[in-house]
Every structure is written in C-alpha cells, then in structure tokens.
Design a protein around this ligand. Structure first.
Ligand code: ATP
Ligand code: MG
Length: 521
C-alpha cells in the first residue's frame, strides 16, 4: 500500500493570511489598498480615520459608485475582481487594483466590516468578518459609497504585531501614505483623522502645485519649477524643486506612473541623473513627477504591492525623465548656480574679498567655517548669509594659501586645507584640519588622524546647544520671542514633531502646531 500524500490543499483562511503577509506589511498598507479601491470606484472624496497608529482602527470611507448586495461576499473571496477578466487585460490595466486580493487578505488578519451602497440601491449592506470568517450580513442606512472598517489589525498574527513600530511611527507611515495618494489624485478630496485630530484636509479639484503647497508649505512650493516632456506613447509632467530643497534621503521624490505611486529604481536613477551637476551626490532633489505611459508598454504585475514596474522601453523612459528634470533645472539656472568646482572657487574668492556682516554663527560651539567648508549648495550671486565668511577666515586664507590655489582648475575632489585662522582656534592636540571633498574633515592630531563627517558634526553641535548640561542656554533663562516664529514643515513632519513638542519646553523652546504645515515657536 502506498503512503498517503503529504501535500495538502491549504484552507482559504490560511492562504489569505499568507497573501496578507505579502501585501499587508503594516497599517499604512491597509490604508493604501482601501483608498486605492475608493479611487478605482471613482470617489471624489476619501476620508481615512485611524486610531493607535492603525492598530485599533483603520476606516476608509468614500463617495464612489459603491457595490451591489450581490457583490459584497464575492469581493471578499480570493482572486475576485471587477477590474480585469483575462490575462491580456493585464496589459490594459487602467485601475490601481487588479489582483483581487486586497480585501480578503486584510479581512484574514483583522476584525473587518465592509458597508456599501450602490448609487441605484435604496439601502446599503454591511458584511462583517472576523479573522476572515463571516459573522454578519445585514442591511444598513448609509449614503452612496463604501465604508471599510478594519479593527485590531493582526490580532491573530502575533508575530506581525511584534514587528510594528511605535504609534507615532505607524501614524507617520499612514500620513506618508495619504500624502502619496493625495499627490497621485489632486482632483479628489482627502481627509486624514488620527485619533480624532485632523492631520490632512484637502479639498477636491486641486491642481498638483496647489496640493503640494497645502502639504509642504508655501516656502517649499515657491521653489517649484514646472516641467513637461513627451516621447512616443509617454507623457511626463510635474515639478522639480529648487536644489536648495534637496534632502539627505529620497523621501521627497514622488513618481507616479499612470496615477500610481511607484518607487521604481529606473525612475529614481533617472531623477538622480537629471539632477547631476546641480547637487552634491549625497543629496536627493525633490520631485513630483506624473508619467503617463501606454499601459501596453508597462508591466505592473511585478510586485504584490505594485510599487515596482517593468517598462518595455526602459531606455526611452530613462532619457525622458532624466532630460525632463535636467532641462527644467537648466532653464531656471538663473536662480541658482551649478555646483561645479569652478563656481565653488569663484564664490570662495568673492566671499574672501568682500566679507559681509551679520553672518549667523553655525552653532555657538563651532568656530565659523570658511566658505569652502560652509555650504553644501552654493546659491548664485548675491551671496547669502549662509555662504558668507567669517572676516577672520578671509585674512587667514590670504596668509595661508596662494589665491591661485583656488583657481578654476582645482578638482572638486581635492583635499583643501582650512585656513590658519581655523588653526588658531584648534584645541590642544590638534595640529591641523583638512577638508575632503567638501564633506569630511581630516583632523591631524598629536597621536593620529580622525575623519569627521562635517554635516553630522554640525547636527551634533546644534543638538548640544539644546542640552542644558552642556550649554548655558537654559541657565541664562528663557526669553519669549516678541512675535512667535512660524516654522513651515511638511504635513507628515508636523504629525511627527507634534508629540515631541512638550519635551522641548524644558529646554526653553515652546512650540505648538499651528495649521497643517506650520509650527509656531
Ligand atoms: N471602495 C470600493 N468601492 C467600490 N467597489 C469596491 C471598493 N472596494 C472594493 N471594491 C470591489 O471589490 C473588489 C475586490 O477588491 P480588492 O481590493 O480585493 O481587489 P482589486 O481591487 O480588484 O485588486 P487588488 O487586490 O489588486 O487591490 C474590487 O474589484 C471592486 O469591485
Ligand atoms: Mg484593491
């Protein structure tokens, strides 16, 4: 007698949990899937509510076309979708969803309720499930559209629950997610409520630039440069931000392919190429790019979350995006200079000859740095305070270096010796300081050599200023500003910083959230 088979068919509930592992990494992924369904249903308004970073509750409500009673149960079964019917349809996908997986996956790992009313129906229907098992189906009163409530996410997957971060961190992920969706569809209204607080509230029918302004503040939005470009079967539009708005991470690089946010390596590489010459290599320019490509030219079925794609003509896409970004920056380079060694040297020289008054110190503990060391991005004339030198530095350069040393032929990767004035302030044991590649300090001491990331050093110095144990800042007493200073941040940054504000008070800084992108200090 042969042995019984050891392979068995998994029950639906287990298969759905496995699928959830791929698609639903954290609460923000639930927000993504539900809000994408809303947009696919033609919603003009999407409201997202969350509690406890999405752990206790995530609710997404829309005014889209809704679902008929007969479709509710079907929507909860695996591979059930209204968005495609044949394999060929995969290359005609015009919706955000198409896999027919999201709802059953989410329902498998939560207490789930789907309430919907189709436009032509008199009442709505509400279907509820617990851990993927149906536990209620009834008529309910509601306006046209759909409301999905997800409670106690991952209650039956303790391993997943353990991987979740703090409430603030998960709320931050949800906020970032809503921002991406809102930027992908500026015509739809979006509202995000976190534990009863309205974090984002954007009206319908906004243009992309107005939406960026609402999310990231006026100062940032004023730096935007519009761009459009096209090639056969492809259209690119959107904005790049002035290089001064570059960030150390690629977080503010938003690329949308046919209305879907993607974090695609090819597109990010093309953006980097486009910024070449305008930025230091370690910085990331901010972009908001909408790329529309004939759906037959792109495969969106590469990754379960659809964040990566495959282009048929990847070379052409790369050229379109990199040239589009580069030309937009080039056409506006009257407002800023390219960061070339020659420019850097010329600025350094100009600055040395005509030092300006009133340059704010970098930080009380740091000696003001000479211009070669100061700025990562050099604004074009006129010199701004950030690039203005310390008068002592000017003299020192004259003494310590020949002017020909800073001629245009000097390569940017050269080792530069900081001027003697800098030597004068050096602590005992330090012989001299060299600057490498405008980023690192090479410090020769009596006993050896130290390499310091000067940007990190600056941050540390600023941090120490806030520490009462190290500075006399707090001891000197607190003095309120006559007129509070409004600091503009992005909506996600405001959400992240809000819980931290009370801990700044003992250091003499009183601040409060004042609008979606402003903190009042
Ligand atoms: N908010 C909504 N409004 C109207 N219909 C919806 C809504 N959410 C889901 N549906 C319906 O339920 C079906 C299943 O949704 P689900 O998200 O599971 O799959 P999908 O969107 O088709 O594909 P994917 O798994 O890629 O998201 C959808 O195809 C759609 O017909
Ligand atoms: Mg979906």
């Amino acid at each position: 007698m042969s042995a019984p088979p050891i392979i068995r068919q998994l029950p639906d509930a287990v298969a759905n949990q496995i699928a959830a592992g791929e698609v639903i990494e954290r609460p923000s992924a639930v927000v993504k899937e539900l809000a994408e369904n809303s947009l696919d249903a033609g919603a003009r308004r999407v409201v997202v509510r969350c509690e406890d970073g999405g752990r206790r509750l995530i609710e997404v409500e829309d005014d889209g076309h809704g679902m008929r009673a007969a479709d509710l149960r079907l929507a909860m079964s695996r591979h059930a979708t209204s968005k495609l019917a044949t394999a060929e349809d995969l290359f005609r996908v015009a919706t955000l969803g198409f896999r027919g997986e999201a709802l059953p996956s989410i329902a498998a790992v939560s207490e789930f309720a789907l309430a919907s009313r189709a436009r032509d129906a008199e009442v709505g229907q509400r279907l509820s499930l617990n851990g993927g098992v149906e536990d209620g189906f009834e008529a309910c009163a509601m306006a046209g559209g759909t409301r999905v409530s997800v409670r106690n996410l991952f209650w039956n997957v303790p391993a997943r629950l353990k991987f979740l971060k703090s409430e603030a961190s998960e709320t931050g992920h949800i906020t970032d997610q809503v921002i991406r969706l809102a930027l992908s569809h500026p015509a739809a209204a979006f509202r995000l409520e976190c534990d009863g607080r309205v974090a984002i509230d954007l009206p319908a029918s906004q243009s992309l630039d107005i939406r960026i302004r609402a999310l990231f503040g006026k100062t940032f939005a004023d730096s935007l440069i519009a761009l459009t470009a096209h090639a056969e079967g492809m259209q690119l539009s959107g904005f790049v931000a002035h290089p001064r708005e570059a960030k150390p991470t690629a977080k503010r690089q938003y690329c949308f392919l046919n209305g879907r946010f993607v974090r695609d390596k090819l597109l990010l590489a093309a953006v980097r190429e486009g910024f070449k010459g305008f930025l230091e290599p370690r910085l990331h320019g901010s972009v908001f790019l909408h790329l529309d490509v004939d759906p037959s030219q792109v495969d969106v079925n590469v990754h379960p979350t659809k964040s990566e794609v495959r282009f048929r003509k990847d070379g052409e896409v790369f050229v379109l995006v990199s040239r589009g970004v580069h030309r937009a920056l080039e056409a506006n380079s009257g407002n800023f200079s390219l960061l070339t060694p020659a420019d850097a040297a010329v600025h350094a020289q100009t600055a040395m000859q005509a030092p300006r008054q009133g340059a704010p110190p970098l930080a009380p503990q740091m000696a003001p740095l000479p211009p070669l060391i100061q700025e990562r991005y050099l604004p074009h004339a006129p010199m701004t305070h950030a690039a203005a030198p310390h008068p002592a530095a000017a003299t020192a350069v004259d003494v310590g270096r020949r002017t020909s040393d800073v001629g245009p032929s000097q390569p940017s990767s050269s080792v530069r010796e900081a001027p003697n004035a800098y030597h004068a302030d050096l602590p005992p044991g330090v012989r001299r300081v060299l600057q490498l590649n405008r980023m690192y300090l090479l410090i020769e001491t009596d006993t050896g050599v130290r390499i310091v990331d000067q940007h990190a050093l600056h941050e540390k110095a600023l941090f120490l200023c806030l520490d009462p144990a190290v500075s006399d800042f707090a001891a000197a007493g607190r003095q309120e500003l006559l007129v509070p200073r409004a600091v503009e941040l992005g909506a996600a940054e405001v959400s992240a910083v809000e819980p931290l504000l009370p801990s700044l008070a003992p250091h003499g800084i009183e601040a409060e959230v004042f609008g979606p992108t402003t903190v009042l200090v």
